[in-house]
Ligand binder design. Structure first.
Ligand code: FES
Length: 109
């Protein structure tokens, strides 16, 4: 069973923006795409860039370090789905955005 944790309030993340949140020391990139929230591992699979600081455009975030782009809903790299970032389950309850960290993000690298 997944444990959901409150990471932000819905009004704190405007549509078309994102931010980085921490859950138990794990950094997660959280985005608002037209009122729907998505959460992915903050660490870019290229070289660890902070995806939560990337620019979001039409559901795609651009890594601020070297420009790789990821669909925040699927976690796939645009144009090359062999590269993926781990997705987290997200739910909204009232004004709370809650996410569940998948076991793969809790395992030591
Ligand atoms: S670290 Fe993300 S594109 Fe290089």
């Amino acid at each position: 069973m997944n444990n959901f944790v409150v990471v932000a309030r819905t009004h704190e993340i405007q549509p078309g923006t994102g931010r980085t949140v921490a859950v138990d020391g794990i950094w997660i990139a959280l985005f608002n795409v037209d009122g729907r929230f998505y959460a992915i591992d903050n660490s870019c699979p290229h070289a660890g860039g902070p995806l939560g600081e990337g620019k979001l455009c039409e559901g795609v975030v651009e890594c601020p370090w070297h420009g790789w782009k990821f669909d925040v809903a699927s976690g796939e790299r645009v144009g090359n789905p062999n590269f993926q970032v781990t997705r987290c389950e997200v739910r909204v309850q009232g004004d709370d955005i809650q996410i569940a960290i998948p076991p793969s993000l809790r395992e030591p690298a």
